[in-house]
Design a protein around this ligand. Structure first.
Ligand code: PAZ
Length: 321
């Protein structure tokens, strides 16, 4: 029987995207420590596969795009990891085990309120040179230590670091294929800011690019759209939440709707650079929900994660809806 032409075009498009993704992975420099990371991931997923709770993979922070194989220079983006780190805390609070794929050096769960530029201000030397935490910081430090230790000791938090786009996408593939066994109980919360463009490893300069040759002309390739592969191949039953950031408010919602349909996401969280900490719009197939920060003291992620936990419970309860 002949295939409907639009279904044939879709199948062709899917095959092309999958081939592009596979070519990306074949050419990428191998992930350092892959076996050790894979073993801790397999152990984490196996432990939580036995329960009946959801498990969430959160991605956080920006990917770099190296310009040289022995990298001196790279392209980066603004993402601080604040959203991913805050959301990790709230998902843990809601009882979710969390796999936290994060940019090295970005914001970390429970450390968001510790001073960064004057870390040593957290400590002082006592009379016998013992280290003390001044009274003014002690409650923040105690809360950070106890919440973090609890998450680690109870085996609820697995942290996987990346720097480059190559590491990020390999980790995402590894986590998504491992989480596939969780079916509808798996959730992806993809808050990382992933570069749309990159220099393929095989065409990248090996050594530091020299300035003697005059101005630098460089062509960047488009990064393969891994959301599509995540949904189609790696973890088709999972609950997928992606984020869309724009600077132009006139195109934001339209782009979010497009991502929802094109990549088969359950939710696309649309945010604008000018106010992304204060307001986001959750776009789903049944409409749009605006989520705003209720006060300067409360993280927007409190409400956002709360709504997503409810939607994920429905996804688990009614897998075919
Ligand atoms: O990491 P952060 O808290 O500084 O920023 C979060 C964010 C704006 C990067 C995130 O909400 C987001 O929109 N991520 C996806 C960006 C994109 O690729 O469109």
């Amino acid at each position: 029987m002949a295939m409907d032409p639009s279904a044939a075009a879709q199948a062709e498009d899917a095959a092309r995207r999958i081939e592009e993704a596979e070519a990306f992975f074949r050419a990428a420099p191998p992930l350092r420590d892959r076996d050790r990371l894979a073993a801790s991931l397999a152990d984490f997923v196996a432990r939580h596969a036995a329960g009946n709770r959801g498990v969430v993979c959160i991605t956080s922070g920006g990917t770099t795009v190296p310009l040289e194989q022995r990298c001196v220079r790279f392209i980066d983006n603004f993402s601080s990891g604040q959203r991913g780190a805050a959301s990790t805390e709230y998902f843990l609070k809601a009882g979710y085990p969390v796999i936290f794929i994060h940019r090295r050096g970005s914001k970390q769960p429970y450390c968001r309120f510790l001073p960064e530029d004057s870390f040593l201000d957290l400590f002082e030397l006592g009379e016998d040179s013992e280290i003390q935490v001044p009274q003014s910081h002690s409650s923040v430090v105690k809360a950070a230590i106890s919440n973090y230790r609890k998450a680690i000791d109870e085996g609820l938090l697995l942290k996987l670091p990346f720097t480059t786009i190559f590491e990020y996408l390999q980790l995402l593939q590894m986590v998504a294929t491992s989480m596939n066994c969780l079916g509808h109980r798996g959730m992806f919360y993809l808050a990382a800011a992933v570069s749309d463009f990159y220099v393929p490893w095989e065409s990248m300069a090996k050594h530091k690019i020299q300035s003697a040759g005059g101005p630098l002309n460089m062509q960047l390739n488009q990064a393969p759209k891994m959301l599509f592969i995540l949904r189609k191949k790696w973890a088709p039953s999972a609950f997928c939440v992606s984020f869309k950031l724009e600077t132009d408010p006139n195109i934001l919602l339209q782009k979010a709707e497009m991502a929802l349909k094109k990549y088969g996401m359950n939710v696309v969280v649309a945010n604008e650079l000018a106010n992304y900490k204060d307001v986001v719009v959750m776009v789903t197939s049944s409409g749009r929900t605006t989520v705003s920060r209720s006060s300067k003291e409360e993280d927007l992620e409190v409400q956002l994660t709360d709504l997503l936990v409810k939607m994920h419970s429905e996804h688990i309860a009614q897998p075919n809806s």
